[in-house]
Design a protein around this ligand. Structure first.
Ligand SMILES: [Zn+2]
Length: 59
């Protein structure tokens, strides 16, 4: 996946002045609070079909 996720706001102070950090494509720095953070992909939400199946099996 070559597309990078670009944050719109700093998750710590809410400022919009974010810059990509060198060395890591997912690392960003905030010019307002000087924090450096990473954006990580965790996973996908379960589909509606999976949720319906799980609730049905529980009864
Ligand atoms: Zn910030």
């Amino acid at each position: 996946m070559s597309e990078r996720a670009a944050p719109a706001y700093c998750p710590y102070c809410g400022d919009e002045d974010l810059r990509p950090e060198e060395g890591s494509h997912r690392r960003w720095s905030c010019r307002a609070c000087r924090r450096v953070f990473e954006i990580a992909f965790v996973g996908l939400l379960a589909s509606r079909a999976d949720q319906a199946r799980d609730s049905a099996s529980g009864s």
